[in-house]
Design a protein around this ligand. Structure first.
Ligand code: 15L
Length: 272
């Protein structure tokens, strides 16, 4: 089933954007694809691509005109210095939410597990857990989730805030046995987030049905999404693929926690 109104997909030229363009385009969705980089694939029928910079609020307003949902996968998707993050991920997100407010559109925000990356791996987290960003990138995702919440309470803009674990074609290391989100599960989640009658402001863990998962209790039932895949069959292959850093192996955010890490003594127990 295709949504009644066009859907704006930002970050369309990135790995996840391309997966979604292909999957949703094949279902006959009218997608407006955008990215700062050219779209490298053939355009699905009925879809358009318009290059745009998230820094340009007017361009984003124009692109969102008449759209019912914005699938926001644009911006910086890895840890970078603060000055590189601030434009696309903070100011750019403001442009997305202003466009959604003007159109009465829903936003699916591609948040990340790095908004909570400094939680320990042996703790099971619910969606209302404390933000514990593990870098400037994770901090921008926590900000994005809070922006979604503000626009919901203040302006009634609906959001589905998806804390994506690790969305790749395959499970590559032991951590991903907990964090993996298959492309199929990601695409189904975006479908449900768009088609659900109401979402309010929903936080959902973007992970497949991994028995070693770190996360539980979120709003998935309210939008009718349940993951079908699991990292479990990869266990024998990747269980031994771990780093030699006790910090990296201690926290859910893995490798991001040790980037530019300068703390001398490991924190005793919980960090707060
Ligand atoms: C993310 O948020 C990144 O976008 C992705 O490249 C992976 O690093 C992923 O997190 C992860 O934590 O595995």
């Amino acid at each position: 089933m295709a949504p009644a109104k066009p859907v704006l997909l930002t970050g369309a030229s990135g790995a996840l954007g391309r997966v979604l363009a292909r999957h949703l385009g094949a279902r006959g969705w009218a997608l407006r694809l955008t990215d700062i980089a050219p779209f490298p694939d053939a355009l699905p029928p009925g879809c358009t691509f318009t290059p745009a910079d998230l820094a340009d609020g007017l361009d984003i307003l124009r692109l969102a005109e008449g759209c019912g949902t914005i699938l926001h996968f644009g911006g910086i998707s890895v840890e970078r210095p603060f000055e590189e993050i601030v434009g696309p991920n903070l100011r750019g997100l403001y442009h997305i939410y202003e466009a959604a407010r003007r159109e009465g559109a829903r936003v699916l925000f591609a948040s990340s597990n790095h908004s909570i990356g400094f939680h320990e791996r042996d703790v099971k987290l619910d969606a209302d857990c404390q933000f514990m960003p593990d870098g400037y990138y994770g901090l921008s995702k926590a900000y994005g989730e809070l922006m979604g919440r503000m626009y919901w309470y203040k302006h009634g803009v609906e959001s589905v805030l998806v804390r994506i674990g690790s969305s790749f074609p395959e499970v590559k290391d032991a951590r991903m046995l907990s964090t993996w989100l298959s492309y199929g599960d990601l695409a189904a989640l975006c479908e449900r987030a768009t088609l659900a009658e109401r979402t309010g402001c929903a936080v959902i863990w973007g992970a497949s049905a991994n028995s070693r998962g770190y996360w539980r209790h979120d709003a998935r039932e309210s939008i009718g999404w349940a993951p079908k895949d699991s990292a479990d069959p990869f266990a024998a292959q990747v269980a031994g693929v771990v780093s030699d850093s006790p910090i990296q192996e201690r926290y859910q955010g893995g490798g991001y926690t040790v980037m530019d890490y300068t703390r001398k003594e490991p924190p005793p127990g919980a960090l707060f």
